[in-house]
Design a protein around this ligand. Structure first.
Ligand code: ATP
Ligand code: MG
Length: 328
């Protein structure tokens, strides 16, 4: 019987067919989190277009994943607004909605479109027809849909499952300047695949009670990924929903700076009601109110990213990049 840790994804096999009565009390030896039982699929090897390449190299530079096991810390909001900011700065950006909740897709007005599940399920090599050219110049989306939940069920227990996304991104080549991946507030298939494919993890973090605990947890996971599947992975912390008038915000911010010197973005994303207003209209905050604090801060963040992760080509050259996209 196979169990997987809810914290770090480590797998355990118990030699019994009966679920232990005290399952709730089982803890991972590696990180101390609880475990859950997963169904063993035993359906043979996973299909890769180029397994060696997937296992041993980056898909491409400039793949960024937004990850934090804590929910509601602005992973999706940052992915959307940073993506659009980079596009406004003339970069070609692909957003990947890698969360079954599909909040990113819904924020852009897309529902029930093909997702990474269909790409894997149909073994399609050229999946450009699954990528949507959004109404915003330079911004593209690989949506999520309800089928995404099946990926967890079907593949989590299989060998090399963490490399599926990297293998498929390898098929895209150098079509985009930046690929931004939104993940759910849990580990398992999506976060493990995204962290394995990415060059940098951005950890959005609210300055509130237990924030440092949450960062410690995700940092531990990143270290495991570095050791196991992606040695080149780096991470940065992004403060979100910051309130300069709140003492707690200031205290936690200073604590994070002490704990992770050089790891925090200089740009802080403040709490701004325009973000919620924009969401109601299915608009990115930057489009809803270009002069809002949220819009200006996300542009600043994009510039910070451009400085730390420059693209190989200038923006003028990038406009010539061959687009593999069929508009949807
Ligand atoms: N800077 C901000 N100011 C005000 N509200 C914000 C800000 N950023 C995000 N929010 C709000 O916080 C909520 C959570 O944001 P979001 O959905 O991006 O978090 P998440 O980390 O992706 O959540 P989940 O873990 O469920 O995927 C949303 O209602 C969003 O509108
Ligand atoms: Mg989200």
């Amino acid at each position: 019987m196979l169990f997987v840790c809810k914290g770090c994804g480590k797998k355990y096999r118990l030699k019994t067919d009966a679920a232990p009565a005290n399952l709730d009390r089982l803890r991972c030896r590696q990180c101390g989190e609880g475990v859950r039982q997963v169904k063993e699929t035993n359906a043979g090897e996973l299909f890769f277009f180029d397994r060696d390449k997937a296992l041993h190299g980056f898909a491409m530079d400039n793949i960024i994943v937004f990850s934090n096991q804590k929910g509601g810390v602005a992973k999706t909001t940052t992915c959307l607004n940073l993506g659009l900011s980079l596009a406004l700065l003339k970069k070609k950006v692909l957003l990947i909605d890698f969360d079954g909740q599909a909040n990113l897709s819904l924020s852009l007005g897309y529902q029930d479109r093909n997702s990474f599940f269909e790409i894997v399920d149909t073994r399609v090599k050229d999946f450009s027809s699954h990528i949507i050219a959004t109404r915003y110049t330079g911004l593209y989306l690989l949506p999520s849909n309800m089928n995404m939940a099946l990926l967890n069920k079907r593949y989590l227990s299989r060998q090399f499952f963490e490399f599926l996304l990297r293998d498929r991104l390898n098929q895209l080549g150098e079509s985009f300047d930046y690929i931004l991946i939104d993940t759910p507030p849990s580990i398992e298939f999506f976060t493990m695949n995204a962290l394995t494919a990415a060059q940098m993890a951005i950890i959005p973090c609210q300055c509130e009670f237990l924030a440092t605990h949450g960062v410690t947890k995700i940092k531990k996971l990143i270290e495991q990924i570095q050791a196991k599947t992606n040695p080149g992975l780096t991470f940065r912390i992004l403060i979100t929903m910051f309130d300069a008038n709140e003492t707690a915000s200031q205290v936690v911010y200073e604590k994070l700076q002490q704990l992770y010197p050089g790891k925090l973005f200089t740009t802080l994303i403040g709490r701004d009601s325009k973000i919620k207003e924009a969401q109601i209209l299915s608009l990115p905050a930057i489009v809803y109110d270009r002069e809002s604090t949220a819009a200006r801060q996300h542009i600043l963040l994009a510039k910070e990213i451009l400085d730390s992760m420059p693209t190989a080509l200038s923006s003028e050259q990038n406009t010539d990049k061959q687009s593999p996209i069929i508009a949807g």
